[in-house]
Design a protein around this ligand. Structure first.
Ligand code: BDR
Ligand code: CA
Length: 321
């Protein structure tokens, strides 16, 4: 079992990523740190708690970070994920005061300092990680692996022609993080996540399963599906963040190359993840950028981990669609 901290901003696709992580025997999720991104940070904490509650894993601690990117105001993605961040379909929930704590950055520093075998899966803007570096410059060097969902290489962005949401929200943090790692960050950019479409057929399968987790996924993705149709006339929804978790478990799902990444901090290309594929700047190789993915294998892994009791049905559905 690999120990991981998941830094996230739940978020519809973050919630699916958390479900996958918590249902994967290869992972020991030791804590969740919440960053501001898709929704304000407190709402992200509530949504993380909803997932822990659904999976009976309220033993996992949730820590909130600051409600603001490093140097700019927060722009959320509530148009994409709903006002509540989870598709505006779930009933109110009571949360005990002690379930969500402050101090994401303290927790990251303390945990990384006292363990050499903890990895980070980052599914939102990099604010918490960058703040940890600001306080302890070498802290990320102790992480066993860092996998980040963010950026766009040859595909268009989703916040501008060139910028992906997580990196666009807090570009300064991206640079602080990428400049202070020893091992390359393993990147899951839009180039690969765009292939991960939860199709209407997969959603129909979820609807047919009489299972709380399947119902949750079916319900929360409805808003996301409507958004995708309005925005880009696609049926189904792209689920970015679960691919980062799946790739953490099985790196053979994706492939790419080692290079240098810098994030544009200002101007018309703000948030762009600049990839120095020609090695023009002769900088450190601070990223392994994944550019291809086996999307069929992703869905095999996703359904078989989340619904292991339905292996036979999974096989039938996954073969046909
Ligand atoms: C990323 O932005 C967020 O809206 C998603 O949760 C994902 O992490 C995709 O650009
Ligand atoms: Ca996210």
């Amino acid at each position: 079992m690999k120990k991981v901290i998941i830094d996230c901003d739940p978020g519809i696709d973050d919630s699916l990523a958390l479900i996958l992580a918590l249902k994967s025997p290869e992972l020991d999720v030791i804590g969740l740190t919440i960053c501001a991104g898709n929704v304000p940070v407190e709402l992200g904490g509530v949504n993380a708690y909803r997932v822990l509650n659904l999976l009976n894993r309220k033993d996992i601690p949730i820590y909130l970070g600051d409600n603001k990117p490093m140097k700019r105001e927060l722009v959320t993605a509530q148009d994409t994920h709903g006002e509540d961040g989870l598709g505006e379909v779930l009933p109110e929930i009571d949360i005990p005061e002690s379930a969500i704590q402050l101090g994401a950055v303290d927790y990251l520093i303390k945990t990384l300092k006292s363990n050499e075998d903890v990895s980070i899966i980052a599914l939102g803007p990099m604010t918490n990680l960058a703040k940890a570096v600001e306080r302890e410059k070498d802290i990320l060097k102790s992480a066993e692996r860092i996998v980040s969902m963010g950026g766009a290489f040859r595909t268009n962005g989703n916040c501008s022609q060139v910028a992906e949401f997580n990196y666009w929200v807090d570009p300064e943090s991206v640079n602080i993080v990428f400049q202070n790692v020893v091992k390359p960050i393993e990147l899951i950019p839009l180039d690969v996540t765009r292939k991960i479409v939860l199709t209407p057929n997969y959603r129909e399968y979820l609807k047919q399963m009489k299972n709380d987790i399947a119902q949750f996924i079916y319900l929360v993705t409805g808003f996301y599906v409507d958004f995708h149709w309005m925005q880009e006339r696609t049926l189904g929804c792209v689920i970015n963040d679960p691919l980062a978790v799946a790739y953490f478990i099985n790196p053979d799902l994706c492939n790419g190359f080692l290079t240098n990444l810098e994030c544009v901090e200002n101007g018309v290309a703000i948030g762009q993840s600049l990839i120095d594929i020609g090695d023009f700047y002769k900088r450190d190789k601070n990223v392994f950028i994944n550019t291809i993915v086996d999307e069929k294998e992703f869905f095999n892994l996703f359904f078989n981990r989340v619904f292991p009791e339905n292996l036979k049905d999974n096989e039938t559905v996954l073969k046909e669609y």
